[in-house]
Every structure is written in structure tokens, then in C-alpha cells.
Design a protein around this ligand. Sequence first.
Ligand code: SF4
Length: 335
Amino acid sequence: MSESPLLEIAGISKSYPVRHGGDGRRELWALDDVDLTVAANTVLGIVGESGCGKSTLARTIVLLEEPTRGTVRFDGVDIHALQGDQLRMFRRRVQMVFQDPYGALPPRMDVGTAVEEPLSIAGWGTGATRGERVAHLLELVGLPASLARRYPHQLSGGQRQRVNIARAIALDPDLLVLDEPVSALDVSVQAQVLNLLRDLQTRVGLTYLFISHDLRVVRYLCNEVAVMYLGRIVERGPARSVFERPAHPYTAALLGSIPDLGGKGGMTSGSRLRGEVPSPIDRPPGCPFHPRCPIAREICATERPELRLAPASGSYSACHFADEVAGASGLRERL
Ligand code: SF4
């Protein structure tokens, strides 16, 4: 394994032209100058409210979106410049699992054919070896061989997502990008699929980028966490630091709203936050969180804080008062 990070995201921004009121065309910035490095074997959770840019980030990493600015390097190579064999190899090494387990499966293919499809497209093995590989993959994801001749509409949601995972790992990828992979499943099934993902990660030696709005799920699975707000990463660090000593008021408010994570209970994620997320078309100046931040001061409305190490937490935070938030100054009680 190389020493350099598996994935390096540098200054990624993504804008979309939109019509806006009487102003005509404006730019909606879904991602705003995102930097992120991911080492091999990391399980990185990317969290934030709906519309924070986490799915756009995931889609940029798997080449479903072109960044407006910035670069994404995989194993040291700019992925948006890849062509020919290098591009084909990248598509084998980086796979995505989507939220909707039904929509992601070809409806007229039985399970065996659907799991074999990525192998066939890549020209992997012979008919016989592909058959053995399909049987092995079904076993890896905890599905009986008898399901191979069933069709997606004959499966439960959890079984469908297991088939999607089998397809995603068929070509032995290095990186799996999982975009809300359990949020469409029943809670009891969520736990089973999360256990499967955790088991696979250690057995197969995968790196995960796990996109989720659910902090409980991220705490269960991830060893690193990045928190996004309005297209930016506002906190990034080891999961233990972020969950036990959040160094950004937004992270603290998200955690505080969830009873299992030490919140006061009775609320859903984000409900302790005042106001709505501002429009990404009219981004607030200074710290983008300042209109909602309960501890905002004068500087927050004018100077944008950069991501810096907060020694009191061990995480990186984009807050002017990160150490005070992470420390025992009494600020936390106001969040
Ligand atoms: Fe709140 Fe200011 Fe920190 Fe932004 S920089 S999160 S407004 S305290």
C-alpha cells in the first residue's frame, strides 16, 4: 500500500446556474472549496443536513459530476483527466452504493446475472469462474445461493441492498462510496446491513466514504468524520474527537439534538438549530453558520474561519472559537 493518501480532494467547488427571482441567472454553489484527504482503510463518515453538498461531493468522486474548480486525486492521479485503460481501471477500483436499493438494480435481471454483470462488462474470467465468483459474492454479503434466480421485485429492501453491495465489490475495489445506503431501510434491517458493511470492511480491506444524515449510524461505523454545512467542511477529525468534544457549534447542535448521543431528547436531528439553512445562492458573508449560531460574535459576520486544528478537541474546525467550543468554558452549554 502506498504511503500517500488513497484519495486527495483539493479545493473542490461545484456551482450550477439557476434562475433566481428577478435577478435572472445566478450561481448555486453546492460545494465551496472542499479539501479532504482519505487514507487507505479509513471509514470516513460525511454528515450534514439535506442540501449541505455531501451527495454532490460523493458524485464528484465517482465521476458523476465535474467540479467547477479543484482536483480529485485517486492514488496520486487526477481522476477528471483519466482516459482509456486508466479510466477503466479507476472505475473498477472505485464503486458506489446508492440510497435506493430498488432503483439501482436492473429490474429484468435475476440476482445472479445482476451480480455477474460488472464482471462480464470488465471481461473478468470465463463463464465458469464468474459463476464461482458470483456464488462467493452472494455468500460474502450473506445471501443464500438460492436467491440467484430471483428478481429484484421478489426481494426485501435489505436483500436488494445486499445485492447492490455484492455488485459494488465484485471487482475488488479499493474505495466504496456509500450514499445514504441504509436510510431507505427499516431500522432493524439497517442494523443488519451496517453489520455487513463493518464486517466486509475488515474482511476485504476496503476504504469507505459513508454519506449519511444520521449521526448514530456514522458513530457506529466510522473512524473519521467530516461535518458539512452549506457546501463546506466545518469540522473534520477522528470520530471519537468529533463525537465527544465537538469543536464547531454546528456539530455540537446536531449531536445535542439526538438523545442517544447525549442530547436532551424528543427532537430530531437539527431541531435545536434555530432558523433554516440559508440558500446556497445567497450565502452569508463571514462564517456561513453565523445567522444560526447561538454564540456568534461580531467577527463571525465578516471573517470566514478556515479549517484549523482545535487542540482541545483533536479535530479540525472552521470556527473562530473552536477551542472554546471544545473546551470546558461554558460555551457548550449554550449550544
Ligand atoms: Fe459560530 Fe462564529 Fe464559530 Fe461561525 S465562527 S460557528 S458564527 S462562533
